[in-house]
Design a protein around this ligand. Structure first.
Ligand code: HEM
Ligand SMILES: *[C@@H]1O[C@H](CO)[C@@H](O)[C@H](O)[C@H]1NC(C)=O
Ligand SMILES: *[C@@H]1O[C@H](CO)[C@@H](O)[C@H](O)[C@H]1NC(C)=O
Ligand SMILES: *[C@@H]1O[C@H](CO)[C@@H](O)[C@H](O)[C@H]1NC(C)=O
Length: 331
């Protein structure tokens, strides 16, 4: 069906938008693979849904965190998937990897897609789709739509992961700066942190909030921003501030449900990491938290923020490559 020609004014507005938003990100679009690999989105969804159905407690959290770590280092370019090789320590082997997971699901989807339409679907897009599909599983419908057309990067460096991925001990100023360096604002920081409504954290990453000594397990809580009763429970669960084996749910009331309890917990001093509690230390961030305890509002806002995260630093068009194997750049 023929469409009327766009008016010059509309073209101008679109062009201005593309320039303001960064040319690359503007090239992402819905159903990018419809002409080149029509099955792409369904293939990823079917694999993710089957795997999440078998592991609904842990896998959605892993896949969402994988997407976050990918986007925060060199943009959403699948650099997080690359394996270390002689002479290069890759992102995933940097300190903050803290038990990244779900990579085998991406591998499976990639293997099927390479059989169906070789060399067409990027690993970066598979990561973006897998996060959406995994989180959407509990809702029985897509929670957000994913724009596609990302290309895969050819660099993956552990030192870049260390400097770009926020640390659980970061204060608000540092968190704000790390998000700002990705074009994400304070509102995005507060809303994307709501992802900590699912999944787990290891004791050594918040141990310094529980024990006054970094080596012994007997001293009282040292972080006044942590709810005292919760601190007692966490101390019992962890035993020692350096325990890197035990992981506790970040939202103990509903650890596997993508709901708005993260914000309810925060208000009660039950945010697990210093970086969670830090959101209360800034008046702009703290002022957003009460409204976000309402689930409908949180889910609506998360949609917008996660789409924005998915556009960070993307490669499109002729940039980068379509990796054949997500764990290695093409030779
Ligand atoms: C604001 C800065 C952030 C910091 C400092 C941070 C830090 C952390 C840490 C330390 C863990 C626990 C890792 C472990 O013990 O294994 C974790 C888990 C997690 N993070 Fe974040 N995170 C941040 C933002 C985000 C964002 C933006 C998302 C996604 C949109 C996200 C999603 C997750 C998920 C889902 C888990 C649970 C992973 C699992 O259970 O396997 N985080 N985060
Ligand atoms: C995480 O990084 C450590 C080194 O800090 C490495 O020994 C470990 O294998 C990495 N874990 C994953 C899942 O890549
Ligand atoms: C936040 O942390 C940074 C880096 O550790 C530090 O330089 C800064 O002084 C801290 N800011 C505040 C307000 O505590
Ligand atoms: C946990 O800590 C021990 C002792 O410091 C260390 O040997 C081990 O590699 C760590 N394990 C992980 C998974 O980081």
């Amino acid at each position: 069906m023929a469409r009327p020609a766009p008016s010059p004014l509309l073209l101008l507005v679109v062009l201005a938008g593309a320039l303001a938003g960064g040319g690359e990100a503007a090239l992402l679009k819905a159903h990018f693979y419809r002409p080149s690999c029509p099955a792409a989105e369904a293939v990823v969804r079917d694999i993710v849904v089957a795997r999440v159905a078998a592991d609904p407690a842990a896998l959605p959290a892993r896949l969402l965190r994988l997407f976050f770590h990918d986007c925060f280092v060199r943009g959403c370019d699948a650099s997080v998937l690359v394996d270390s090789m002689a002479g290069n320590t890759a992102e995933k082997d940097a300190g903050p990897n803290g038990s990244l997971g779900g990579l085998d699901v991406i591998d499976t989807a990639k293997a099927v897609l390479e059989a169906v339409c070789p060399g067409v679907v990027s690993c970066a897009d598979i990561v973006a789709l897998a996060a959406r599909d995994a989180i959407s599983f509990q809702f029985g419908r897509d929670l957000w739509d994913v724009q596609l057309g990302r290309r895969d990067g050819v660099v993956s460096s552990a030192s870049e992961a260390l400097s770009n991925i926020p640390s659980p001990s970061d204060n608000f100023t540092t968190l704000e700066a790390k998000f700002a360096s990705k074009g994400l604002d304070v509102k995005d920081l507060v809303i994307l942190s709501g992802a900590h409504t699912i999944g787990v954290g290891h004791c050594n990453l918040f141990g310094s909030r529980l024990f006054s000594s970094t080596t012994t397990g007997v001293a009282p809580a040292t972080d006044p921003t942590l709810n005292a009763a919760y601190a007692t429970q966490l101390r019992a669960a962890c035993g020692s501030p350096s325990n890197n084996v035990t992981a506790v749910p970040m939202d103990p009331g509903s650890p596997a449900r993508f709901d708005s309890h993260y914000y309810v917990n925060l208000k009660l001093g039950r945010g697990l990491f210093r970086s969670d509690a830090a959101l209360l230390a800034d008046s702009r961030a703290a002022g957003m938290i009460h409204a976000l305890t309402k689930e409908g509002y949180f889910l609506q806002e998360f949609k917008n923020a996660v789409r924005k995260m998915g556009r960070v630093g993307v490669l499109t068009g002729g940039q980068g490559e379509i990796r054949r194997n997500c764990r290695a750049v093409n030779s």
